[in-house]
Design a protein around this ligand. Structure first.
Ligand code: DQA
Length: 146
């Protein structure tokens, strides 16, 4: 089984970006944690980060056929990235939306997600642990379907 883990705009700056909101870990460190966890279930994980909406759409389209699930933190595209929502819907894969921060404790514009309605669920506010919890969920879900 293979999962995609996608991170959107500005998440390449984790570790430097406001640490009181996003934590101390870099994206590479979070990806290492995900890989460590994925070993338990012999799950393959492919990672992608982009600051460009269209590149994320391309990546989803190019990899959907060979993956069984998607974990995505769309960054600010959460709030207006309709082409990502459509690409995820077209991929027809179980999808979990992740946010490091608790969006509901922040500015009002962060409360809305245009992505959430086409996801199985969302995890927010638990920092990097959210990615691990999403992995556990997808492994369980896909394992029980196959
Ligand atoms: C974020 C929340 C978004 O509102 C913000 O634009 C991000 C990160 C999070 O992980 O908490 O870039 O998705």
């Amino acid at each position: 089984m293979k999962l995609m883990v996608i991170n959107g705009p500005n998440l390449n700056l984790l570790g430097k970006r406001d640490k009181s909101i996003y934590g101390e870990m870099t994206l590479a460190q979070i990806e290492a944690k995900i890989l460590e966890k994925a070993k338990d279930s012999s799950t393959d994980v492919i990672f992608f980060q982009s600051n460009h909406e269209g590149h994320i759409v391309d990546y989803i389209q190019e990899n959907a056929n060979e993956c069984s699930g998607i974990i995505i933190n769309p960054g600010a595209l959460t709030h207006y990235g309709l082409s990502i929502r459509d690409a995820l819907a077209d991929a027809k894969l179980p999808t979990v939306e992740i946010h490091l921060s608790n969006r509901y404790a922040r500015e009002e514009f962060r409360h809305e997600s245009v992505i959430a309605p086409i996801c199985n669920g969302q995890i927010g506010g638990l920092g990097w642990h959210g990615y691990i919890l999403a992995l556990e969920y997808l492994v369980d879900l896909v394992g029980s379907v196959n």
